[in-house]
Design a protein around this ligand. Structure first.
Ligand SMILES: *Cc1c(COP(=O)(O)O)cnc(C)c1O
Length: 414
């Protein structure tokens, strides 16, 4: 195995030395690559040939304003799920017609916030539909359904099918219709989201189920098929990327067929989050300690779950590369090790039982595919400062796009 082959094959660093970046900006930090971000945006924009097709980037995956602006330049719109996310989209230049507000259990003031801004709002329960109708009688609304198809990489990210809190289930369609009538609401769109990290088959199953439901409603302007497209988190293990062309063809087939039967070229929307941003981001951090506790070896780093929560939260795999002082090759995979963070909990790890070259104190680690649900899920737990974010721009220049937190802001002295 050639060490660090994944970033090399992507030309991720574009000539920069990750060790030098860390030396200049401190450890840990998030580093993004603009060229890769734009490529992934284009994959999604070109997924379907169906002409009235829109991509709403689920901005919870990464809310950095500079990355959001790049996605906007590439023609993406956004899904926001909170007022803060709406404000991030606005700050990155998205106009109201480009922002969809998809909420779950929102208080009425948040619905009012979206109504005041003229955003398309999607609610996902009868009670929220009733609340919206009282606030905005005669208005337009979108509904999130759960037509019974769900799946994902971990039970915590399955958002359709039985046993999830999301969406309106099909036995409530009659009640939906009577609430729409009661408040004179116009149902302009329906959506669903089956869950995260699906490789396409399930997406198409979900698409079929949602389209079947769509015939229940006349005068829809759009149908939103959700997101969750997978990325290969285990490239070092040979995992291959999603075949975008093949998936697009499968999705397209049902879109054209539906539009013909429905009698108009209705708009179709997809809502990818991680597909857009995961692979353009690497988390860089430092090995500060090596030890053996009994049989188990540990590499202790500054990348706790306050920095990257996914392994702790979902047992997620992230490929890891080693950048050793002087550019030395780390050698073959000769040890099994747990790579952990600096947080005061045993669940704090980046990789468990990982087969690695022998790690050393002072090694810099690159945790790959950290662009989605990395910084956006980071926290100040243990009063750690959230890391800075940097971008390798298309022209190769490095740019700081968010500062590290400051103690002054974090302490919140009154
Ligand atoms: C999180 C979310 C997405 C995006 O999921 P990914 O796995 O990041 O693609 C899309 N739609 C909704 C409603 C979501 O909550």
């Amino acid at each position: 195995m050639i060490a660090n082959h994944v970033t090399q094959s992507m030309n991720f660093y574009q000539g920069h030395d990750p060790r030098a970046i860390l030396a200049a900006y401190g450890s840990p930090l998030y580093l993004y690559n603009e060229r890769i971000l734009r490529e992934r945006c284009r994959h999604m924009m070109g997924l379907c040939k169906y002409p009235n097709f829109r991509v709403n980037y689920a901005l919870k995956a990464n809310t950095n304003l500079h990355l959001l602006a790049i996605a906007r330049e590439e023609g993406l719109c956004v899904d926001a799920s909170s007022p803060g996310e709406v404000m991030a989209a606005e700050a990155a230049g998205y106009t109201a017609d480009k922002i969809m507000f998809i909420v779950n259990n929102a208080p009425s003031n948040e619905l009012q916030f979206a109504i005041d801004r003229g955003l398309t709002v999607s609610v996902d329960s009868l009670s929220q539909l009733d609340m919206f109708g009282q606030l905005n009688p005669g208005g337009k609304i979108c509904l999130r359904f759960n037509p019974g198809v769900g799946g994902g990489h971990h039970e915590k990210v399955v958002t359709g099918g039985d046993g999830t809190k999301f969406g309106i289930t099909l036995e409530h369609v009659a009640q939906v219709k009577s609430l729409l009538t009661k408040h004179k609401l116009r149902l302009i769109g329906i959506n669903h989201h089956i869950g995260s990290l699906n490789w396409g088959e399930l997406f198409v199953e979900g698409e079929k189920a949602l389209l079947k439901l769509a015939y229940e409603f006349e005068n829809l302007e759009f149908i939103d098929l959700g997101g969750g497209f997978a990325i290969p988190y285990n490239k070092q293990g040979g995992e291959q990327p999603l075949d975008i062309a093949a998936l697009g063809e499968k999705i397209d087939k049902y879109l054209y067929r539906f539009a013909e039967k429905y009698g108009k070229q209705i708009q179709f929307i997809i809502e990818p989050g991680r597909y857009v941003v995961a692979e353009c981001g690497v988390l860089l951090g430092t090995v500060n300690a090596i030890k053996a506790n009994g049989q188990i070896r540990y590499a202790g780093t500054d990348m706790g779950f306050s920095v990257l929560a996914r392994p702790t939260l979902y047992d997620s795999h992230h490929d890891i590369e080693i950048y050793r002082e002087g550019g030395a090759e780390p050698g073959p995979d000769t040890e099994i090790i747990n790579i952990v963070g600096n947080q005061c909990e045993s669940g704090d790890y980046i990789a468990k039982n990982r087969k690695m070259p022998q790690l050393q104190e002072g090694d810099i680690l690159g945790v790959l595919d950290a662009g989605a649900y990395g910084y956006s899920m980071s926290s100040q737990y243990n009063l750690r400062l959230r890391p800075p974010e940097l971008l390798i721009q298309e022209n190769g220049e490095l740019r700081l796009i968010r500062n590290r937190d400051t103690y002054e802001a974090v302490l919140g002295r009154m």
